[in-house]
Design a binder for this molecule. Sequence first.
Ligand code: HC1
Ligand code: SF4
Length: 557
Amino acid sequence: KDFMTIDGVPVEIDGEKNLLEVIRKVGIKMPTFCYHSELSIYGACRMCMVENEWGGIDAACSTIPKAGMNIKTNTQRLRKYRKNILELLLANHCRDCTTCNNNGKCKLQDLAMRFDIKDVRFPNTASQPEIDDSSLCITRDANKCILCGDCVRMCNEIQNVGAIDFAHRGSKMTISTAFEIPIAESPCVGCGQCAAVCPTGAIVVKNDAQKVWEALDDMNTKVTVQIAPAVRVGLGKKLELDAEGNAIGLIVAALRRMGFDEIYDTSAGADLTVLEEGNEFIKRLDKNSNLPLFTSCCPAWVQYCEKNYPELLPNVSTCRSPMEMLASIVKDQSNSSSRRHVHVAIMPCTAKKYEAARDEFKVNGVPNVDYVITTQELIQMIREAGIIFTELEPEAVDMPFGTITGAGVIFGVTGGVTEAVLRRLSTDKSKASLMSIAYQGVRGMKGVKETTVMYGDKEVKIAVVSGLKNVSDLIERMKSGEHYDFIEVMACPGGCISGAGQPFAQKDIRENRGNGLYAADKLCNIKCSEENPIMMSLYNGILKGRVHDLLHVNYLP
Ligand code: HC1
Ligand code: SF4
């Protein structure tokens, strides 16, 4: 066994990649801006400096732990350096903390408090760049950027989009799009993952909560809402819940208190998607045409495909996403109502804000989903209303979209869509058969999962991919001859549970959220989408002769 010493405490080195990880084991949380365990090491912020036994200074994030090392994490010199860095960052930072979108979540604010910074001795020498408000999903404010590069590495390494990068040198250095074009005109797909890792308010998710309050306040407006699968396991500690369990009942109770007229579960829309996508897949498989079939429920993926692989658009399912399927039915049903109807979707996702605004999902110029708010915006609204979440009694969602299935709920975690479709395709719906589908390799947090299943006498090759870099790698493999029949794509690593609209979560919390959805599936007495009784009434009612109009979309140019 190898040991090192941290602040006089001996500690075992057990395969940790860097000193930061070993330091964490002795109960010390080092200050960092530019370190993310899932991104490459940048080592630029210098906040995690440690002093070695010879008085030298090393950045803990980029130092490999070695046996016999003896380091100090908290000396007078280190504290002075850290305060200096913070003061320099604050000097060039606009300090509108109380009105900043990231107030309370900002690492700079947090560390300034932790290091008791009361005075900034340096003048502000920064230029005042304009705020980029062009995207429907995120806002960029370079006045709040500390150049940690987390967003750049996320957008490049995990998402392979490359919409933003460092530009200029020295004191003029910024993070920018190519030629400083508005982010909406860049290759950005609105996944929001840059905002999820931004430690300050330099990139934030657009906030539409005020528009929802305005609709709720208007007596002449009926406000309906749908709740995405992943939202129910995303609230966690932010609302004083112990863990990532299923909080759908409490969410419904809170929404009723806020004044929503009808509350639905997007999982019912997911059941429709399973039926439509299942049929589409069988047809393509029978004709052996347009394979692989890519799923289409993730709007960041659809946009990524449109911008980077337009030749693959015929392979993308024509199914609308569950959010849009449910919304088109909800809006269509209330056409006769005399009140204005606003439909809200609560999503873990920032790209859904863009999806909702797409022309394909408007009727007479009016979007089927008027506003998308994220889980974080929901949390903010619950707090604003003063609702003590944990004191609510759980309530049920409304009919006619109140009956959901386990298949619909698991959509929110990577592999869930595939598992739901496999349940639909399986002729054997016994417990044992459903269990064997679950263990066919589609579950788990790996970014790429592959499996082969039998459909009749056909071998069906499946891939489940999350994180857009993994998707582009898979597409490259396809181009070199690898064949797949069905590919589930979610832009965010781990699926919607890790959407940028959710409170930020490290790997272990993401796993808990996934398990929370599988536990919710266990509690559903109906497991397969085609067994949802609502489906029958929808197909015999509103959907008769209108399946194509209400449930499908054409993304082809
Ligand atoms: Fe998702 Fe979906 S699972 S895309 O991740 O298909 O956002 O949760 O609502 O539409 O159902 C998101 C989640 C969500 C849709 C469904
Ligand atoms: Fe890149 Fe996603 Fe951020 Fe756009 S939203 S800049 S694609 S990480």
